[in-house]
Design a protein around this ligand. Structure first.
Ligand SMILES: *Cc1c(COP(=O)(O)O)cnc(C)c1O
Length: 362
């Protein structure tokens, strides 16, 4: 049986008419950047998250970088970030001119904790970027307390956490600002690159918007040297078609994940701690012989991925941080054992049970 890692057709086919109408509307209107689709999506996504402001940007990486620039964090400053996140989290800090300081995650959740983060504070620390990895919302109350006690800027990388919740509150609403990615494979994906910043702070929202548009609020008047990172009308129009489906898709991911959680019974496979608010962007299992398991699944038609095979401190791009193997044991353990099983809206029960049977046989 063939089980792809993801299946866009399952999500897009029922929306085909609406998606076609959306891009035609943009074509007909002949307004491609900074128009009514962008403004409407920003309103709708802010309302969805439960925040006052949303600023559409070009991608998730820029969302993070622009938040830090708007917060005045830059050269000479340090920002804490998980060692096991996608490299974009760290790059957002580097592109702002600051230094990412890595924190080892809790091996039971793959998320960083306030206790571990506190050990890495220095007089140069200006911020903490918490990443809701795999769709699991981190322990934000503790991070909030730490940030307030030390006067640090707290932000969330919510690129994997659209619709994920903690105590009834949505990911992206626990800090000064959050960055979202709408990369096609994310739980809310555009049909190309796109991202957004959400915040309750009007001044931060204004600065992010200005920075994302060449440092300009009034055409041809430039207050600062900004960048070009805007959400285009086409992607905004397509995202507006998909956003109303996000809750149903998340519910379906949770229903499917519950099958994995109850049916995977193999002493050689470990699951992360259960989290009721999980948005299940990724369904990770941990296996000593990860590559063997991956090959067995592949032979049975099941596509898998690994998020992520090389932790940040062992990436060539971050040699400058001066780390070595052994510095972040939990991140290294995850990078060696993590395998992401297929999980997407429209996946059938038969498909999921097929994956379960191969995993249980391993
Ligand atoms: C996808 C992702 C990003 C970057 O988003 P892009 O839109 O690809 O730039 C940042 N952080 C995390 C955790 C991600 O998964």
């Amino acid at each position: 049986m063939r089980v792809p890692y993801t299946d866009f057709g399952k999500m897009h086919d029922p929306l085909r008419g609406q998606l076609d109408a959306a891009w035609k509307r943009v074509m007909d209107r002949e307004w491609f950047i900074g128009g009514e689709e962008d403004a409407a999506f920003e309103r709708e996504f802010a309302a969805y998250c439960g925040v006052k402001y949303c600023v559409g940007v070009g991608n998730g990486l820029d969302a993070l970088r622009l938040i830090l620039l708007a917060a005045g964090i830059g050269p000479g400053d340090e920002v804490l970030v998980p060692a096991n996140t996608y490299i974009a989290s760290a790059l957002g800090i580097s592109y702002a001119g600051a230094v990412p300081v890595l924190v080892d995650p809790d091996p039971e959740t793959a998320l960083i904790t306030p206790e571990e983060a506190e050990k890495h504070l220095s007089p140069r620390t200006k911020g903490i970027m918490v990443v809701h990895l795999y769709g699991r919302v981190a322990e934000m109350e503790g991070f909030r307390r730490l940030a307030e006690a030390r006067g640090l800027f707290l932000l969330e990388d919510a690129a994997q956490a659209h619709g994920a919740v903690r105590n009834g509150r949505k990911a992206g609403t626990f800090s000064e600002a959050a960055g979202f990615s709408f990369y096609p494979g994310k739980n809310l994906g555009a049909l190309g690159d796109a991202g957004a910043v959400v915040t309750d702070d009007p001044e931060l929202a204004r600065k992010v918007r200005m920075l994302s548009n060449y440092g300009s609020e009034q055409k041809y008047h430039h207050e600062v040297q900004g960048v070009n990172s805007r959400l285009d009308e086409l992607q905004a129009a397509l995202l507006r078609v998909k956003l109303p489906c996000l809750d149903a898709w998340t519910a379906e991911r949770r229903r499917l994940a519950a099958i994995y959680e109850s049916e995977i019974r193999n002493p050689r496979i470990r699951l992360l701690k259960k989290d009721p608010g999980n948005g299940y962007h990724i369904f990770p299992v941990l296996a000593e012989d990860r590559d063997g398991l991956r090959a067995e699944l592949e032979a049975e038609g099941v596509q898998t991925l690994s998020h992520y095979p090389i932790p940040i401190h062992l990436q060539k791009a971050y040699r400058e941080l001066g780390h070595k193997r052994g510095d972040f044991p939990a991140a290294e353990m995850l990078s060696e054992t993590e395998l992401s099983l297929p999980l997407y809206p429209g996946m059938t029960e038969e498909q999921i049970l097929h994956v379960v049977s191969v995993v249980n046989r391993h």
